[in-house]
Design a protein around this ligand. Structure first.
Ligand code: 5AD
Ligand code: SF4
Length: 734
């Protein structure tokens, strides 16, 4: 290290330590954007092998690029129209490196470490007091840039976030988009080419501005024709179908309702009613429920639609709890927009979706102006097939498009059918989700999955991993805290992959520390997370759980099978022994923690011996709670095509065996609480017992006890445990 370096390091440490200021404003990109914000790309599927046996060990993780923007290859400039940028201007490259390292260390005492760097270090007097804000900057390589003036290339006047040119030079802007940044990235670029001692910008991308231009040619609504310029016709990348399909013998389909988007230019067709109500039907995993909460946020807050609560047998077959789907009433008014959000992870959900669509399609054929939306994994999987089989459907949207529902419905309102399933980059939520609960809430931290477990549909339906920046996650948590939420569950398909797609890289443990440190005490009391992956799980996460007061002592660590050969065929990347080593570390460092898991029985090739090793693993761990599944061959997954599928009766027999054993272990784990005093966060009433409330221990065990829900809701109380059952406890409020 040169003397100069040492001096700079000392200087930076001193500057940063001496001047932190907790009242720095927390600047993130504005929540509302009016642009049409969507893009699609060709699907990236690079797998040539059909079983893990054929994959050379060195190649196993090469087929999916780790960074989503790399996965999108040269499509990036088709999608990314601009970025919301903040910067710190420093004199030399060395200074930039030191500053980035300081930022990365994550121990800066600020909710907005980048803003703190800017105010402490930036030589740019115009931006340093605003957290380094530059504003929205247009991507000069975006396909539409060819037709823009120079001025347009670098400026977007957007909700008064004007990129101040020459705050950052045209050369630097080119350098910035050259690296194809995504939201949350922080990196350095030189300020100019000409100077032999250029200054350096440390840039942070707060959010992206994505393009969405339909490629459909003319809409079939006459009143809309002026909205489609030649330029739009040429450039679209999404699948937008302008002609309504013909129905046998009955002419074209009835139109959809007008869907009014406050800021959109969509003209209103006087012959069509205006949509006022919606309903969402949800099934599937927590991720899907969280997606529905975001869809609901768009429908209520951006589009001013009202939920209606009706329930038919078809809907019941798919239903799980989201705000508009739980409150079932006898009022079976038909919604103006129906959204069916579905999951295919284990279920043969496709047929259920087609069945559920039936009554809505019939209503539409009978002349009711209803917009039919299919979202989630089934939508992603079926794509255009859905339109072929049910031509009444207006919009098919994959999980990556949840934040773009308003834009997509804008197209539907113009009379198009839209299929939005191609991979894309994510932007931050435009509207706050409508949460299904008042005490606990989901917070997505990483979308998608780069693993290729041979039984799993998720990488195909949810795409490449995309982490949200730590600052955005914190912001969502602080919003929840201000609304009175007490518990958050961080969501990711493989939560241990958090941050590996970021520049610079982050880890899940970093995020846990950052959240624990910056969520004010007395607000959110508990942080949970799902789901860990034994292959990537790190000791730092165990240490974080053991040491951080808000992070609950609860591990969800799917093992799927206890047999090494089956684990290899599943492509899980660990063995019985390496899994047990993790469990041992958890037991050593967090002895009171609960350990939960997922197991699949009847995976192709699972012999009686292999199954016995699954039971051995269960006996060795003794899970607090185990989610048990019979293997279900899923479309577009490798294992579905393999020989040696296990017959259904063997699967269900094995399922019963693991369920019996896991119930026994769960009871044993519950009994350790007998006679003990536990800390319980009160969440709900006990639906089966008037006068009782329900809460959970930090380890996630349900506890029932007598108490007044009105006064106890959202409170952390102490309860003495008097009864233990496998999945729940009963006690007396202290
Ligand atoms: N069949 C059965 N179970 C599955 N899971 C995922 N895919 C399948 C499948 N095809 C289970 C795994 C995973 C959980 C979310 O769902 O146990 O951890
Ligand atoms: Fe599916 Fe989880 Fe494997 Fe990802 S890590 S492919 S979500 S089972």
């Amino acid at each position: 290290m040169s003397q100069n370096d040492v001096f700079l390091r000392i200087l930076f440490s001193f500057m940063i330590l001496s001047s932190y200021n907790l009242s720095k404003s927390f600047i993130l990109s504005p929540a509302i954007r009016t642009h049409r914000n969507l893009a699609t790309l060709s699907v990236l599927r690079s797998v040539e092998v059909d079983g893990c046996d054929e994959i050379p060990a060195t190649k196993r993780r090469l087929w999916f690029p780790v960074k989503p923007q790399d996965a999108l290859l040269n499509q990036y400039n088709t999608i990314v129209k601009g970025a919301y940028v903040r910067h710190v201007l420093v004199e030399t490259e060395d200074m930039a490196d030191v500053a980035i390292k300081t930022y990365l260390k994550g121990d800066m005492d600020s909710q907005d470490p980048f803003g703190l760097l800017a105010s402490d270090l930036s030589a740019c007097s115009l931006s340093r007091d605003e957290g380094g804000k530059v504003g929205w900057i247009m991507n000069p390589f975006h396909i539409s840039a060819a037709t823009q003036t120079n001025e347009e290339k670098i400026r977007i006047d957007h909700n008064s976030n004007v990129a101040v040119y020459p705050l950052i030079s045209e050369y630097a802007i080119e350098q910035l988009f050259e690296v194809r940044p995504k939201g949350g990235d922080v990196f350095k670029i030189p300020s100019s080419l000409s100077s032999n001692r250029p200054k350096w910008h440390i840039c942070r991308i707060d959010d992206l501005l994505l393009d969405y231009l339909p490629n459909s040619g003319q809409a079939n609504l006459e009143s809309d024709s002026d909205l489609f310029t030649d330029e739009m016709d040429k450039k679209g990348t999404n699948k937008v179908f302008s002609k309504r399909p013909k129905l046998k013998g009955s002419g074209t389909l009835p139109k959809t309702p007008n869907i009014i988007i406050p800021t959109s230019a969509t003209s209103i067709d006087p012959k069509r009613p205006i949509a006022k109500t919606y309903q969402i039907i949800t099934n599937g995993c927590q991720m899907n429920v969280a997606d529905s909460e975001r869809l609901e946020g768009v429908l209520q807050k951006q589009l001013n639609l009202l939920p209606i609560y009706s329930s038919t047998p078809q809907e019941d077959a798919l239903l799980v709890s989201t705000p508009s789907s739980t409150k079932s009433t006898s009022d079976s008014k038909s919604p103006d927009i129906i959204v069916i959000n579905t999951c295919t992870i284990r279920d043969h959900a496709e047929q259920k979706v087609y069945n559920a669509l039936g009554p809505y399609a019939a209503r539409k054929r009978a002349g009711k102006a209803i917009a039919i939306v299919v979202a989630g994994c089934v939508a992603q999987q079926e794509g255009e097939n859905l339109l072929r089989r049910v031509p009444e459907v207006d919009l098919v949207m994959g999980p990556q498009y949840v934040n773009r529902l308003a834009d997509l419905l804008d197209d539907v309102s113009r009379g198009h059918q839209v299929v939005a399933t191609d991979p894309t980059l994510l932007t931050e939520d435009l509207s706050r989700p409508i949460r299904g609960h008042k005490v606990r809430a989901w917070v997505n931290i990483i979308h998608g999955c780069n693993e290729h477990c041979t039984y799993c549909v998720v990488p195909g339906t949810r795409g490449v991993e995309q982490s949200r920046s730590m600052e955005h996650v914190l912001k969502e948590c602080l919003d929840l805290a201000s609304l009175g939420y007490k518990e958050i569950t961080l969501l990711g398909q493989n939560i241990d992959a958090y941050g590996r797609d970021m520049t610079p890289k982050r880890t899940f443990a970093d995020l846990l520390h950052y959240l624990n440190d910056h969520i004010p005490s007395g607000t959110i009391e508990r942080i949970r997370y799902v789901t860990s992956h034994p292959r990537y799980f790190s000791d730092r996460v165990i240490d974080a759980v053991a040491s951080l007061d808000k992070v609950c002592e609860c591990f969800h660590m799917p093992f799927q099978s206890g047999d090494d050969e089956i684990l290899r065929k599943m492509r899980r990347g660990y063995t019985f022994d390496s899994y047990m080593k993790i469990i041992q570390k958890i037991r050593d460092r967090a002895p009171d923690a609960s350990i939960c898991g997922d197991v699949i029985v009847g995976f192709p090739g699972e012999t009686d011996d292999a199954f016995q090793r699954t039971l051995d693993l269960m006996n060795a761990v003794r899970f607090d709670n185990l989610n048990t599944f019979a293997y279900s061959p899923r479309p577009n997954t490798e294992a579905a095509l393999w020989e040696k599928q296990v017959p259904d009766d063997v699967k269900s027999e094995r399922l019963q065996i693991v369920q019996r054993l896991s119930t026994q272990h769960a009871l044993e784990r519950s009994e350790r609480y007998l006679g003990k005093r536990v800390e319980v966060l009160v969440e709900d009433r006990n639906p089966k017992h008037i006068g009782q409330v329900m809460g959970r221990t930090r380890q996630n065990r349900q506890v029932f006890f007598e108490g007044d829900f009105q006064t106890l809701e959202g409170k952390v109380v102490h309860v003495d445990i008097t009864e233990a059952r496998p999945w729940s406890l009963t006690g007396i409020l202290v």
